[in-house]
Design a binder for this molecule. Structure first.
Ligand SMILES: Nc1ncnc2c1ncn2[C@@H]1O[C@H](COP(=O)(O)OP(=O)(O)O)[C@@H](O)[C@H]1O
Ligand SMILES: [Mg+2]
Length: 301
């Protein structure tokens, strides 16, 4: 079932077109990553979905209806969360619960549940100022879940963390996604690949590619030939680029990767070339382009 749909969503800041009319939807129960380099428009998009920024134009539907105020349905963890360092973890969650309109008793109960959920029960009475980065981010997750939102929106939840903190938070997200739909942004492909079901690749205010992780991988996969020579062979490689079965040639020193449209023909012709020209070959390997190749290509243009 479709939980949220963004239609022709635009955000301009003065002359900056941060988000240029994007369309996408989020299915209930999925973990969706919004992947893109810095400045792509991820934070702006997430803030519009969370109701923190008014779109310049376009609309957001929640469960098929135009939504005025999405805040009851959405939990949001900002890119740079601010905590009151003098509060304890428990005090902070009770405070957040009351802001989300729970009464004191409910906020206390829900706070305890969530502290348990994010593994902070033992640290609940300690001041937040003494928490590690991973602990703070887990407390941030608990805060975003306090009112049992239908959709959890996390802006770069692991980007600022050291490897240990990153692992803690990704593991936590993997557990949370069993019960709550998640949309999170990241500029790190690896994070998107690790836990998302669906992926939206954003670049320069637009969504360049979207779909399930598996289908995007499949749809954009191309055969690629990696060749390594003992010396450079610029003449030949220039010729290779003009073969009709070649779509791309990338040369890095003695290593060259050749993206092929036709693997059978490509392999035969290039091998024949190498033998005939007596090129000093060190490696001739066939593989497939990865999501990383696709991502780099999208963000380069
Ligand atoms: N409040 C603002 N005022 C002016 N420009 C902004 C503002 N917020 C974001 N931008 C610009 O919008 C673009 C997208 O920014 P942002 O959504 O933060 O990207 P990301 O989160 O993908 O790094 C950038 O060019 C940024 O400089
Ligand atoms: Mg951002």
């Amino acid at each position: 079932m479709e939980l949220l749909k963004a239609s022709d969503l635009v955000k301009r800041f003065g002359n900056t077109n941060a988000v240029k009319g994007i369309n996408f939807h989020i299915e209930e129960g999925r973990c969706v990553s919004l992947l893109g380099p810095n400045g792509a428009g991820k934070t702006t998009t997430l803030k519009m979905l969370s109701g923190l920024l008014e779109p310049t134009s376009g609309s957001i539907d929640f469960k098929g209806e135009k939504a005025k105020d999405l805040r009851p349905f959405i939990g949001y963890l900002p890119q740079y969360p601010a905590f009151f360092n003098w509060m304890s973890g428990k005090e902070f969650l009770v405070f957040a619960g009351q802001l989300a309109k729970l009464n004191r008793k409910e906020a206390e109960k829900r706070g305890e549940e969530l502290l348990e959920r994010v593994g902070l029960t033992n640290a609940k009475k300690r001041r937040i100022g003494g928490y590690s980065g991973g602990m703070k981010q887990r407390l941030g997750l608990a805060q975003a879940l306090i009112h049992r939102p239908k959709l959890l929106i996390l802006d770069e939840p692991v980007s600022a963390l050291d490897p240990l903190g990153r692992r803690e938070v990704l593991d936590m997200m993997r557990e949370i996604k069993e019960e709550t739909t998640i949309l999170f942004s990241t500029h790190v492909l690896h994070d998107a690949e690790e836990i998302s079901d669906d992926i939206l690749i954003m670049h320069a205010g637009e969504i360049a590619i979207s779909g399930s992780l598996a289908s995007v991988r499949e749809a954009y996969r191309q055969p690629i030939l990696q060749i390594e020579l003992e010396s450079q062979a610029a003449d030949w490689l220039n010729r290779v680029a003009s073969y009709s079965f070649v779509s791309e040639v990338n040369i890095q020193g003695n290593k060259t990767s050749i993206v092929l449209k036709d693997i059978v023909n490509g392999k035969q012709t290039l091998l024949k070339d190498i033998v005939e020209r007596k090129l000093p070959i060190r490696k001739f390997e066939i593989s497939q382009t990865t999501l990383e190749d696709l991502f780099l290509k999208v963000v380069k243009v």
